[in-house]
Design a protein around this ligand. Structure first.
Ligand code: BES
Ligand code: ZN
Length: 434
């Protein structure tokens, strides 16, 4: 067996995703010693090649996704790779193992849904510093602070309270105003949710110029709750860190992007989810509707609790569970490219459960990541879900949220790609000069 096959076999045995190899169609050509491989893929992917892979049994993963377990010859893996690449315009889309037992173990794990991972065409890359770099210094702490201060001033943003609906309207109006009448930007209230009371989610959409059907999502939840008062809908619940901070960070990301005249190649959606605190209800409703409409979401970034940092902890925690491993590692490289040079630090840890809206996307197989307060859940702000979740109890500053806005801008510019007016201006000046 040639070296490339041994390498692949090692990856297979380890149960490692092989998107790069899956795209390297030359890799398995001419395999002289075909051995068995056990492939786990989505039923919809298998349907396109079912004639070529007959020894397949339907399986369901832990999240209820319909998968197929296919036994085939190892030298036929490429057939599937070519199919996924040609018809779904992506790499990966399946996991291959050397034994049935390993495939079964994988099927029983949380990672099985990774076969659904929808990447941007061309994969996750970092090659748009012309757009991202000038943004980083423009993030304004006073702007973030002002939004947190406004949002905490609602008596509560509980999903079942009048002020909770009012806050959603304010976010919609504020986001839309930042677009300053641009015809490619729209904002709507998403009300198709059974368990959200009267609270809508907010969705602002920037239409993509080149690949509008590929959608990039940045989101956080707009509701708050007071568990000291048993979740009573009329109790004071300022929710400054949880999650006015995430909404304020998203608002600042949008402001910087709009001020720069950013035009994304992919469609971008900013989301403020309703009714997260009572079971991720708003995000779940949006995800269900996107699934029903076959919306191709290629990356999700969740921001929930960005404005507190315990002494000695990193600036940003990347949450490792109920998120997409490939996207997490990409977020790490984005961080290292854009934030590490600014002296920022990162760490990673699990939440332990599906603790925020990223989990709604993950459960449906969309690639989703969650950037959280440094140190993770053991070092996060301990006044959340009380009447004391106030910016005055976080040092009266939004300094902690600044790196999150910068990471969000890096995610926006690199996953959605696209240019700003300043890059256009440089181009025009090139012609005007002398
Ligand atoms: N922002 C919190 C999640 C959180 C809290 C993460 C503390 C890490 C540390 C979120 O708004 C929340 O409270 N989520 C619920 C879970 C949900 C399924 C109702 C929770 O953690 O109880
Ligand atoms: Zn929260």
């Amino acid at each position: 067996m040639r070296a490339s096959h041994s390498f692949r076999a090692a990856l297979l045995a380890a149960g490692v995703a092989i998107p790069a190899l899956a795209c390297n169609v030359a890799c398995a050509a001419g395999d002289e010693t075909p051995a068995s491989a056990f492939i786990v893929t989505a039923q919809q992917t298998w349907q396109g090649v079912s004639g070529s892979f007959r020894d397949a049994v339907p399986r369901v993963d832990r999240a209820g996704n319909a998968l197929m377990l296919i036994e085939t010859r190892r030298d036929r893996i490429d057939l599937l790779a070519r199919h996924v690449h040609a018809t779904e315009h992506r790499c990966g889309g399946f996991f291959a193992f050397a034994s049935r037992a390993e495939a079964e173990t994988f099927l029983a794990s949380d990672r099985a849904q990774d076969v659904y991972a929808r990447e941007p065409r061309g994969g996750y890359t970092i090659d748009n510093p012309a757009t991202v770099q000038p943004w980083l210094a423009q993030v304004s702490e006073p702007n973030i602070r002002a939004t947190i201060t406004h949002l905490e001033s609602y008596h509560t943003r509980h999903y079942a309270s009048p002020t909770g609906s009012e806050a959603a309207g304010w976010i919609r109006d504020t986001w839309l105003a930042l677009a300053n009448g641009r015809s490619d930007v729209s904002a709507s209230l998403f009300t198709n949710c059974n368990d959200c009371g009267n609270q809508p989610s907010v969705i602002l959409t920037i239409e993509g110029t080149t690949w509008p059907s590929e959608v990039v999502v940045l989101g956080g939840h707009l509701d708050s709750i007071n568990w000291d008062a048993s979740g009573n809908s009329s109790a004071r619940a300022p929710g400054a860190d949880d999650d006015a901070s995430g909404i304020a960070t998203l608002t600042e990301i949008l402001r910087v992007a709009m001020d720069s005249g950013f035009r994304p190649q992919r469609t971008v959606k900013f989301m403020a989810y309703a009714a997260e605190e009572v079971g991720l209800n708003g995000s779940q409703a949006i995800v269900s509707s996107f699934q029903a409409d076959s919306v191709n979401v290629v990356g999700v970034l969740q921001l929930d609790m960005t404005n507190y940092r315990a002494p000695g902890q990193a600036d940003i925690e990347i949450i490792t569970d109920y998120t997409n491993a490939g996207l997490n590692s990409y977020i790490g490289t984005l961080f290292d490219a854009y934030l590490q040079p600014l002296g920022r630090t990162r760490s990673s840890s699990p939440c332990g459960y599906g603790c925020s809206d990223h989990a709604s996307w993950t459960a449906a197989g969309y690639p989703s990541a969650f950037a959280f307060e440094g140190g993770g859940i053991n070092h996060s702000f301990d006044l959340i879900h009380s009447a004391f979740d106030l910016i005055q109890n976080m040092g009266n500053t939004a300094d902690r949220s600044v790196p999150f806005a910068q990471l969000g801008l890096a995610f926006l510019g690199e996953v959605a790609k696209g240019t700003t007016a300043s890059s256009d201006l440089i181009f025009e000046h090139g012609f005007e000069a002398d």
